[in-house]
Design a protein around this ligand. Structure first.
Ligand code: C6P
Length: 420
């Protein structure tokens, strides 16, 4: 008898990633700019939303909207179920142990400020140190400077090299028993550098410090498992991962979050209120004062479903192919300097064109329908380190195609002629 063919046949290979099909899921990408089909290369600032997300938000608003946690009526219960369902979706997406550790916030900025004000400020004082890196976004610098002013603790900065790589050994040398908290990007928004988070977490923990990871530029491009990383706090924004603006997440280890005082007071974060004393709600609601962004949370959950349906690993592999292609092509053009050439990069390609301000370059690209971001990218110390005022930055998402790369390179080549 012939062997069972189904046992012998290798698993069907995954179909090749079809970026042109993915692109059609995003209605806004059919826009024309200056008479050209849009080439959207600004996903690191804000990605676009697929129909699945737009429809989920519309469906929620059409059929389920009311305030959450407050009503006995059917719509309030439906809204609460949608909101808390979204929290469970987030928990699974980042492999957090419990929904008690998932706090909905406006975005990465608010998440980091929450940790600064509710974890660091009440605990730190003179002699304590907070350690960050030289490639951080302002959202992972300024809240710590504020804590230093408020408490008298000291900010230390681990250096980078000319490729935009963190000098990890130097960071490790800066760690000491005085270090109370280490705050690092997972991926740099200005340079694209991927940081060795697990190694830094282990080194920081060995000194008794907690670690805050700014995952704003990582979550859309890689599978993040907060348990495997060992991060104490992990922050990210919905609008960089195909969800609406105004919704983000702080993951915080329950043991730490449970010992933190609330940072904002108001409705929903209390258990009882009297004029003498108020008591606090359970986790995570203790950190969600006021009516939350319910439809945003619904959209975020839909974006996570969408990304997982595409396959995060497949998206990441596709984006790194585009990044490699665009980097090689761009580097060939005379006058181009790449800013950020780390060995491990994700999604971001920053560059300058000799003799041309980045804003002028961005404007010329825009007239050709190519959208890039120009400026300091809220990372002024990075610009200072490289001795430049600004860069142009192309960033890739799940919907970008090789044709987008070709159009981008042609637009930069054209800009060179315009400014020659
Ligand atoms: N970076 C960029 O174009 P918010 O604004 O809170 O959603 O995210 C802030 C933030 C924090 N950390 C990193 C690494 C980021 O990239 C950002 C946002 C955008 O690069 C806007 S400046």
């Amino acid at each position: 008898m012939a062997a069972d063919a189904s046992i012998l046949t290798p698993a069907t290979p995954a179909p090749p990633y079809d970026a042109a099909r993915v692109r059609r899921d995003f209605p806004i990408l059919a826009t024309h700019v200056s008479g050209h089909p849009l080439v959207y290369l600004d996903s690191a600032a804000s990605s676009q939303q697929p129909l699945a997300v737009l429809r989920a938000v519309e469906d929620y608003a059409t059929h389920s909207h009311a305030n959450v946690h407050r009503g006995v009526h059917a719509l309030s219960q439906a809204a609460t179920a949608a909101f808390e369902g979204a929290r469970e979706r987030v928990r699974r997406f980042i492999a957090a142990p419990s929904t008690r550790e998932i706090v909905f916030v406006r975005g990465t900025t608010e998440a980091i400020n929450l940790v600064a004000q509710a974890y660091a400020r009440p605990r730190f004082g003179p002699g304590d140190e907070i350690l960050i890196t030289a490639l951080e976004h302002h959202a992972n610098i300024v809240p710590w400077q504020m804590v230093c002013e408020q408490t008298g603790c000291t900010l230390k900065v681990a250096p980078i090299n000319r490729r935009g790589e963190l000098l990890t050994e130097e960071l490790e040398q800066l760690l000491s028993p005085r270090t109370r908290l280490v705050a690092i990007a997972h991926v740099s928004n200005a340079l694209g550098t991927v940081l060795p988070v697990k190694r830094i977490v282990d080194a920081a923990h060995a000194q008794g410090a907690v670690v805050v990871v700014d995952g704003a530029q990582a979550v859309p491009h890689a599978r993040v498992d907060v348990r495997a990383l060992g991060a104490d706090f992990y922050a990210f924004s919905g609008h960089k991962m195909y969800a609406p603006t105004g919704i983000g997440v702080l993951y915080a280890r329950e043991e730490l979050l449970g010992a933190m005082p609330p940072w904002q007071g108001g409705g929903d974060m209390i258990r009882t209120v009297s004029f003498e004393k108020s008591t606090w709600n359970e986790l995570p609601w203790r950190f969600e004062a006021g009516t939350p962004n319910i439809s945003g949370a619904v959209g975020l959950a839909a974006a996570m479903d969408y990304l997982e349906d595409l396959g995060i690993e497949a998206v990441a592999a596709h984006e790194s192919r585009l990044l490699a292609l665009a980097t090689a092509e761009l580097a060939r053009l005379p006058g181009i300097t790449l800013v950020g050439t780390a060995a491990r990069k994700a999604s971001v390609l920053s560059f300058t064109l000799a003799g041309v301000h980045a804003h002028d370059l961005g404007t010329i690209l825009d007239t050709q329908g190519v959208a890039v971001r120009t400026g300091h990218h809220c990372a002024m110390p990075v610009m200072t380190f490289f001795g430049i005022p600004a860069t142009a930055r192309a960033s890739f998402g799940c919907y970008n195609t090789e044709e987008d790369v070709a159009r981008f390179i042609a637009a930069v080549a054209r800009a060179r002629e315009v400014f020659a």
